[in-house]
Design a protein around this ligand. Sequence first.
Ligand SMILES: Cc1ncc(C[n+]2csc(CCOP(=O)(O)OP(=O)(O)O)c2C)c(N)n1
Length: 622
Amino acid sequence: MLIEQIHEPADLKKLNQRQLNELAAELREEIVKVVSNRGGHLASNLGIVELTIAIHYVFDAPRDKLVMDVGHQSYAHKLLTGRWELFQRLRQKGGASGFPQMDESEYDAFTAGHASTAISAALGMARTRDIMRGEYSVVALLGDGALTGGMCYEALNDAGQSGTRMIVILNDNDMSIAHNVGAMSKYLTYLRQSKGYLAVKHSVRTRLSSGQKFSHALYRFLEKCHNRVRSLFVDDKFFDALGFKYIGPVNGHDLKHLIRVLRRAKEDDKPLLIHVVTQKGRGYTPAEDHPDTFHGIAPFYIESGAQKGEQRLSSGAIAARQLIEMADSDIRVCAITAAMPNGTGMDAFEAAHPERFFDVGIAEEHAVTMAAGMASQGMKPYVAVYSTFLQRAYDQIMLDVCRNALPVTFLIDRAGLVGPDGATHQGIFDLSYLRSIPGMIVAAPRDVRELKKLVSFSRDVNAPIAIRYPRECEDLGPGIQSQGELQIGKWELLSSGRDAMIFAVGRMVQLAMQATIDLMGRGISAGVVDARFVAPMDRDLLIGQAGKTRLVVTVEDNVRSGGFGEGVLDLLNAANVNTPVLTLAVPDGYVEHATIAQQLEACGLDAASIADRIEKKLRAKP
Ligand SMILES: Cc1ncc(C[n+]2csc(CCOP(=O)(O)OP(=O)(O)O)c2C)c(N)n1
């Protein structure tokens, strides 16, 4: 196996052309094998194997800097930079992260996870190099999906006029996670298709298939010619106007040609944009056929592509069903996503109400302000977005939505600890960043039934409201269905506790209930309140219950700073209630990849840890 001989990129340079192609096949096989066991991003990684080899073949990392956008396509890069062992435990505790991380390897020039940052980071590096009179190259690698994000244009605009030497490689597979959207995507299609070479290629192919006497050698010769001269056909206006020299489109699976193009680019001293065309999922048929399903995938059987284990209905899918029903009878209801129609479950809404569904690309800021605009004119927009990506739109939520008290509903998916996607994808800051915004109502359902109730409840809320939930909500059963009608700022007492009252948020309610059973066995009487509204809080219930117990406990899957627990402490303090408070939250910091269960345990938030910490606090001497 060639792959076993590659410990660092320098080893690549010892291989000949045939071996490089063999290596590409081995990398694909390895990536499919590991992802089939561990889950992860498959289709993007399969599409970029040759390009990654070519980059490491031509450039000299880590001296030369490779900045990957999002970084979900970094698997071949990891395998070529001495991380074979680590990669076997991809996304597992202690194994390789699914994204580039500066603290994982010196070859990861920049930590990523969120889209559209690579050109900015690369320009920063290039400018530093120029100030320090360094010699290295800087390469930003991003996809056509990432190019829907506004930061890219801010960076291109700046980099192009500055004339700073840097290379932007645009990996165009015509896909974001789902089909790419927007005018730029159309423009790239135009660049891909408007080249004279396509016509030449087509005519040669047609003649071949029609039996005309073109030998295969001649066909290959013509293909080679078109590869060489293809860029001459290109009439790019956009990148050119921004100050970038455009090269392309280049076939991203033709290693020899890629190497030649990159070598030339390395010698250039201007900002360059190389447009590389690749196929998402390349080399593994199920991923080629369904690149969206295989973008990010749970463990699967290689032979069939079928997922291993039980597939549960996601919270997003459940929220979408509810929303569709509402939209059936209410023309104001519409759904907005920022390039995540499948992940948020809103693809179902798109199918049901295509005219009221908007995928704006990876543009969370725009999504939020656009929703504000719609709400200002009488619509009832639902912005379905992952907790971690909504961070991008803080200012827009603050000023465009909440300052104007507009009835935009945020369906915040992947809230709390998210497991193997790790630090960049945790949804552990949303309670803090939303709770402090004046006028924002923040709700968290304890289970799937409450999720449905909250979504339908939100329709009549004439104010900004955020409903945050994990990827999958449990069903706690009809026995503890929420009683009565929901009311903004009202919590629900589920059980009483003489020794401790636990005020729990969202999915932590279930763990709190388990902890009370454990505590009962230890002779401690603890009760649970479902604190479903984190803002505003249920002042009366909190103060009332705090007066009847020895210890108030708060439990949340959000960081401590600015979180629910701090809010409770503050409220009790202001009301001069002296009951001690134990705040159980994610310790302030970034939580690395592991399973959700491991992350909960590491944060002291699994049921057993909750019980232990309560018992310890109660038994501590005052
Ligand atoms: C700010 C932000 N929003 C959403 C995402 C989720 N996301 C991860 S990859 C991706 C699509 C990227 O498409 P592209 O850049 O074309 O890369 P490809 O996977 O096609 O290679 C999206 C939307 C993200 N990482 N960051």
